[in-house]
Design a protein around this ligand. Structure first.
Ligand SMILES: [Zn+2]
Length: 435
């Protein structure tokens, strides 16, 4: 109720009153609410740079996409991003977990004690080593696994850094450009977790660039769990050991129970058996079978309920298989259900300067966007109480996480400008006179 009221106030607040409010807080570098940011000559120059360099931004995206970055193997792509950020004049390092961190010092830096605003994009893809990452062109489209998720984010990360350099912009608050590891799947947000652990108290806001579309802004973190169920047994010969309890049978029996679990439409709750493996040959009773399940919910309670349902279903599947085994003298089955990953939930406060900055950017560009709940790198700062959003970086993409993934850069400049304006909206600009 209170939130609905606040939103209504923001929507009806005239642009000028928002600006004068920002001016009243004069000592703080707080042009966050200032919709005139886009009219500042230096900012204009940065926006113009983006507009005039779209072809090279597309090229960078294709080049980075072609450097494979499977989970836990992002190092080569990280080096390439490091070089690109260095060419934008940043001082860049790679931290111990593999995140690339480039700093553009703010005017208010005092002996390294400054706050920081973060623009980030994840380096990793879901695709295993050996996947063909060559980028194909089909009309306006670029086609390659990872081209949009997160080639678009990485290209935009570099482009914004270059645009700030070209326009000689010094922010009030230090900006950290971060290309982080381990966002996808079993990476389990490890890059962002390590980064937020290191910088926690300094972080004023985090803007995550993920994928392409600019019709949304993720302000709510979707909680999720990833689990792996493993069933093991003695294994044997398909003919001579017939009747022995079979781990694949047990897993299938358990899976059928699990997928019949009812989930509510609201709070939205989902599950997916994403991987299943086991056995060694068609004529062997397998000694092991595994499956991986992703569960997500707007409610922590539902998440817990569904996790319990999986554990109970697998236990029941094993029980069913043992009960129907024709020859129990040939061994037993054991099983375990392990948590592979857990992403915490969280929400951005509606009066965050980050919301104002994004809305001002949308207004300046004539873009409209709705708020969304999703599972992204922004989960980590949001769960830690740090302001964070995730946005697409412009253009259009589809087929994410498939080999047919595509990206169409038409109109991408709007997404690039939106990222830049939102970033500067929260970082602020250094005063005209250098301090
Ligand atoms: Zn992504």
């Amino acid at each position: 109720m209170k939130r609905a009221l606040l939103c209504a106030i923001f929507l009806t607040m005239p642009v000028r009153s928002a600006a004068s409010h920002a001016n009243r807080a004069s000592h703080a570098a707080q042009p966050a609410q200032d919709p005139r940011l886009a009219l500042n000559p230096q900012v204009r120059a940065a926006l113009d740079w983006l507009q005039s360099n779209l072809a090279s931004i597309n090229d960078t995206q294709a080049r980075l996409t072609e450097i494979p970055a499977p989970p836990f193997q992002e190092a080569t792509r990280a080096q390439a991003v490091k070089s690109l950020l260095e060419s934008a004049g940043l001082s860049v390092r790679i931290d111990k977990i593999g995140n690339v961190i480039g700093a553009l010092e703010g005017a208010t830096t005092k002996s390294g004690q400054s706050d920081a605003v973060v623009l980030s994009a994840h380096l990793d893809t879901v695709f295993p080593a050996g996947t063909d990452t060559k980028v194909r062109r089909e009309g306006p489209r670029f086609i390659a696994p990872g081209i949009s998720d997160n080639g678009t984010g990485l290209a935009a990360l570099v482009a914004v850094a270059l645009a700030l350099q070209a326009a000689n912009i010094k922010p009030a608050t230090t900006i950290l450009f971060v290309a982080d590891v381990g966002e996808e799947g079993e990476g389990n947000l490890r890059g962002m977790k390590a980064f937020v652990d290191d910088y926690r108290d300094k972080l004023k806001a985090v803007i995550v660039l993920d994928g392409s579309a600019i019709d949304h802004v993720t302000t709510k973190a979707l909680a999720s769990r990833r689990l792996e169920a493993t069933v093991s047994g003695p294994g044997g010969h398909s003919w001579s050991d017939f009747g022995m309890p079979n781990p694949i049978n047990a897993l299938v029996r358990g899976s059928v129970r699990f997928i019949n679990t009812r989930v509510p439409v609201s709070p939205r709750t989902t599950f997916n058996i994403g991987q299943i493996e086991g056995g060694t040959s068609v004529n062997s009773v397998p000694h092991e079978a595994k499956l991986k399940v992703d569960i997500r919910s707007e409610s922590e309670d539902e998440l817990m309920r569904l996790e319990n349902a999986l554990r109970e279903s697998i236990a029941a599947g094993v029980r069913d298989e043992l009960e129907s085994a024709r020859d129990r003298s040939k061994g037993k089955l054991s099983f375990k259900v392990q948590l592979l990953g857990s992403r915490p939930g969280g929400e951005l406060r509606p009066d965050s300067p980050l919301v104002f900055a994004l809305r001002a950017a949308d207004e300046a560009l004539g873009n409209q966007s709705r708020t969304e709940r999703s599972s992204t790198d922004a989960n980590i700062p949001l769960a830690a109480g740090i302001d964070a959003i995730a946005i697409g970086a412009g253009g259009n993409g589809g087929g994410a996480h498939s080999l047919q993934e595509w990206y169409d850069p038409t109109g991408r400049e709007v997404g690039l400008k939106r990222a830049l304006l939102t970033l500067l909206g929260v970082s602020g600009l250094a005063g005209d006179k250098p301090k």
